[in-house]
Design a protein. Structure first.
Length: 358
């Protein structure tokens, strides 16, 4: 039987265990791992919290099967519930399990070693493989379809927004021109195209195509929208004292997490109000003082940890109804979350100005 502990190194494992464990130290505690992978983090959570059960969610059926096997190997299967779903289906998963509140929610937004190391999935620019990049192989949208059907402005948008690629326009133009002669179907073809287009003097460290691959993966799997939908679902289903722990690996992911957590870390009242009502006090407590990063020792032993940003908060009191309603809306319409936040900021600024005039 395969030793699954040898094919995956969980990032910041002890930090994550230390953040999760205090919320799980009671009978009947329930944790949710929204991005189970092959259960590197989750096995550690269950070992450190013998009173807890864990619901493990993953949209990759192969990873889910391997995680289940690992739990059996570790003797943890009786406290583990595997669920095949995307993480933005968290609320439905909990409803199906008859669970209203949980004590800890964990998300590791990085690719699992399984996805990176399997050459036929097309996630890595290090191997020539079909341009697939689907985490859930039952969905229709693939990287190949994007490169074949998106027009140049659409390609520029995803390369700029999701890859922060400064040569997005040139790469998009080359893709549109090349596909008229021959379809782009493999990672090797895409690598060669980016190699040809991006000037050597302006390339980032490593493979010049890595930002394009990242952008395509995010677009294929709808990762940012799913993240923006999942965070409010997680918050609305936490017990008081429950914790939300998230590892991100991309600046846009980290910004989404940071912005969401900030909703509950600030006083929800005009700045000049002489007395802050209890209901306007913060309902989150920051557990990480910003983002935790991997140290040099971990990066040297596990290079995939180099870009990690770990953030965590604890729910210190029931979420006010107005925020609970707002979170429900954000979960249903994640693309409008930023607009709602900007409206809230403008409203508070107006209140401050009115207070000054009086």
């Amino acid at each position: 039987m395969t030793d699954l502990t040898t094919i995956h190194q969980p990032v910041l494992l002890q930090d994550c265990v230390d953040l999760m464990a205090p919320a799980l130290d009671h009978e009947g505690a329930i944790a949710v791992d929204c991005t189970l992978g092959i259960a590197g983090h989750s096995t550690a959570f269950l070992k450190s919290s013998p009173k807890a059960r864990l619901i493990g969610i993953d949209r990759d059926s192969e990873a889910l099967a391997l995680a289940t096997k690992r739990m059996e190997q570790e003797g943890l299967a009786d406290r583990f519930i595997p669920v095949h779903a995307a993480f933005d289906e968290l609320e439905r998963v909990l409803e199906d399990q008859g669970v209203e509140r949980v004590d800890a929610v964990f998300m590791d937004l990085g690719l699992s070693s399984l996805q990176i190391d399997e050459t036929d999935r097309g996630f890595s620019y290090s191997h020539d493989a079909p341009l697939d990049m689907r985490m859930d192989v039952s969905q229709e949208l693939t990287a190949q379809r994007i490169l074949a059907t998106y027009d140049a402005p659409q390609l520029v948008r995803i390369f700029r927004e999701y890859g922060e690629e400064r040569f997005a326009r040139q790469i998009a133009r080359a893709i549109v021109m090349d596909r008229e002669k021959e379809p782009l179907t493999t990672t090797g073809q895409l690598n060669a195209l980016v190699e040809r287009v991006v000037p050597k003097a302006h390339r980032p460290a490593g493979n010049p195509a890595k930002r394009v691959f990242q952008a395509l993966r995010i677009e294929v799997n709808g990762e940012l929208a799913k993240l923006a939908s999942t965070l409010p679902q997680a918050a609305n289903h936490l017990n008081v004292g429950g914790r939300l722990v998230v590892e991100s690996y991309h600046s846009l992911e980290d910004k989404t997490v940071k912005t969401f957590m900030a909703n509950g870390l600030k006083i929800d009242a005009p700045a000049d109000l002489p007395i802050i009502p209890p209901d306007a006090q913060p309902f989150f407590r920051e557990l990480t003082r910003g983002a935790v990063k991997a140290d040099e020792e971990e990066i040297s032993s596990n290079p995939r940890s180099a870009s990690v940003r770990l953030r965590a908060v604890e729910l210190t009191r029931p979420i006010p109804n107005r925020w609970r309603s707002r979170f429900e809306h954000m979960a249903q319409d994640p693309t409008g979350a930023d607009d709602a936040k900007q409206h809230h900021i403008k409203r508070n600024n107006t209140n401050r100005n009115n207070s000054r005039r009086h």
